[in-house]
Design a protein around this ligand. Structure first.
Ligand code: CP
Ligand code: NVA
Length: 306
């Protein structure tokens, strides 16, 4: 059974094909063409954290493809509490064609996938946010004409989004430069694994200017993710020098793209001036969640039914 729990679940070729399918589906939407590739398919969505982009883009995308979705709330069942994760996975698999989940513990999603008889998609865990980075990759391709060898400077907290960038670098050649404090570096094992893959350069810098030097993309995310808002003050102290602002932007390539997965804490990890400035592509990223995820669901459905 194929799933999308992290980008490492898919090969380089599968990820590249996915981006091509996403671009094709996007052209279709622009032409008001909606191929019903998921007609009669049902999807169950589980959210243990807030969401704007992920929820709306998945629900709209599924409908555009002729399928239907339902959001399962804590009132319906408490995953792993009212009954085991394995039993939830087995039962849901008898009703729906895919289970989509956003939760805290990545291991819970792995367990769900282990027992599910239908594809499982990770809509974000504390560890990983693969759908976001697929949409970001599509955005970079649209704006730069290619993804390979893009010099991406990720500034800020080493979190689920950073981890997914590192996973992408294990599959697609990138020059990934992570600017963060020694206390907020991303998962060392993931970095090692991605370096072993031998495709990309992955470096960590403790000075923002060095990370950003000549970069094609400047990327950031909140410094305290969902579930760790109690760390807000501590992170602000550790990461204050890693804010993306007009001064830092000067160190990047003159046509560098500014990216943020959103939601943003304006004035904290990035200034309004840059977030709303001419180099920002944040709304394209948000839109591309729709197209990239539609491609993910179509691909998983093809594997499941072949
Ligand atoms: N970027 C992202 O995943 O947004 P939401 O948390 O609003 O879904
Ligand atoms: N790192 C952020 C991403 C939100 C889309 C979080 O987990 O809250």
């Amino acid at each position: 059974m194929r799933h999308l729990l992290t980008l490492l679940d898919w090969t380089s070729e599968e990820l590249t094909n996915n981006l091509a399918l996403a671009a094709e589906l996007k052209r279709g939407v622009r032409a008001r063409e909606f191929p019903t590739l998921l007609s009669n398919r049902q999807y169950g969505l589980i959210f243990h954290k807030n969401s704007l982009r992920t929820r709306v883009s998945f629900e709209v995308g599924i409908r555009q493809l002729g399928g239907e979705s339902m959001v399962l709330t804590e009132q319906d069942f408490k995953l792993g509490e009212r009954e085991s994760i394995a039993d939830v996975a087995r039962v849901l698999s008898r009703y729906v064609d895919g289970i989509l989940i956003r939760t805290f513990r990545h291991q819970a999603v792995e367990e769900l996938a282990r027992y599910a008889q239908v594809p499982v998609v990770n809509m974000l865990t504390d560890f990983s946010h693969p759908c976001q980075i697929l949409a970001d990759a599509l955005t970079i391709m649209e704006h730069r004409g290619q993804l390979e060898h893009t010099k991406v400077a990720y500034l800020g907290d080493g979190n689920n989004v950073t981890n997914s960038w590192i996973n992408l670098a294990a599959r697609i050649p990138l020059d990934l430069r992570i600017g963060t404090s020694p206390q907020t570096e991303p998962d060392p094992q993931l970095m090692e694994q991605a370096r072993q893959a031998g495709l990309s350069r992955i470096e960590v810098f403790h000075r923002a200017e060095e990370a950003v030097e000549g970069a094609d993309v400047l990327y950031t995310d909140v410094w305290a993710s969902m579930g760790e808002k109690d760390k807000t003050d501590e992170r602000r102290a550790l990461l204050r020098d890693f804010q993306i602002n007009a001064n830092l932007l000067r160190y990047a390539a003159s046509d560098a793209l500014v990216m943020h997965c959103l939601p943003a804490e304006r004035g904290v990890e990035i200034t309004d001036e840059v977030l709303d400035g001419p180099q920002s592509v944040i709304l394209d990223q948000a839109e591309n969640r729709l197209h990239a995820q539609k491609a993910v669901l179509v691909q998983l459905d093809r594997w499941h039914n072949s």
